[in-house]
Write a protein that binds this ligand. Sequence first.
Ligand code: UT7
Length: 325
Amino acid sequence: MSVVIRSTGAHIPERRIANEELASMVDTTDEWIRSHTGIGARHIAADGMQTSDLAADAALSALKKAGVEAKELDFIVVATATPDYLGFPSTACIVQEKIGAFGCAAFDVTAGCTGFIYALDIAASMLEAKKGRHALVIGAETLTRVTDWTDRSTCVLFGDGAGAVVLSRIDEPGRGVLKTMLGAEGSGHKDLVLVQAPRTKTFERSEATVPKIYMDGKNVYNFAVKSITVLMQRIMHESAYHLGDFAWIVPHQANARIVQAAAKRVGIPEERFFMNIEEYANTSAASIPIALDEMSQKGLLKRGELIMLIGFGAGLTYGAAVLRW
Ligand code: UT7
């Protein structure tokens, strides 16, 4: 028995804001953003589009490719830090209604940018425990709604989007999710926080008080480089894998410099890390499933090859998953 990613899907909002356009609204430059982060643009959800809309669209695309009907789903897990409603109902329940998957279990997972890895691990464990055959795992965010557009050190970093995978239990041993590793350093919880504060500037959508992102960039940067390095080393140490066995490492897309630093530390070529941050910026829990969908569309994910997903983010949380495609 194996639990495999059967298909992928994504929703990227049409509205694209290149660095140059952002620089006309905020005190920054394309040169600074590119040289410090690798970001060239971000996509922004249209007015009226909720996180659940992005998630449902990505989900429907993944379901279509998998040949699985929404009514066949046993549960839906949405990883998000920007749910439609604060607290309840879960975004997963709204997605359930939007895709017509009535009756199946639906819940959200909050683990910052590591959310997709946490959600994948939970869903895979549930399928392994035979609590169903098919699950949807989604990472979806509308981060630009909680971005402080007066804070140039954070507002240039984030974008909106959603990615989804259909996860299925099949009778083929040795494939799919082979190993996962999750962790958290709660002592760093104040380094990356969505705090309540009034929104005052660009991209304002209402006068109401909305949360905004606070980040101690340097602390999070150091944590991120350490997390990628330690996760990769621990996975090698606790299993029979070698770094050379992996066709791709798919990291959370937070900053190209983080990946460059981690690649150097573990001693593997930077090119082995899939990166698409230039086009989408940091989409938090959505970044890894969006990357998987892009890789799938480009034919980069080949059956039988090993890949590693690595996430890190608010919490501070970290996690990795080894999969045989
Ligand atoms: O997904 C969640 C995880 N998040 C992350 O992994 C993010 C981790 N952190 C980072 O990626 C980096 O810390 C940042 C990209 C956020 C910041 O890069 P940095 O190289 O650490 O820049 P800094 O904060 O040290 O700022 C350097 C300078 C400052 O100017 P002074 O004080 O040296 O004169 C900033 O004011 O750059 C200035 N600066 C900017 N200048 C132009 C900061 N933001 C900008 C900007 N445009 N957007």
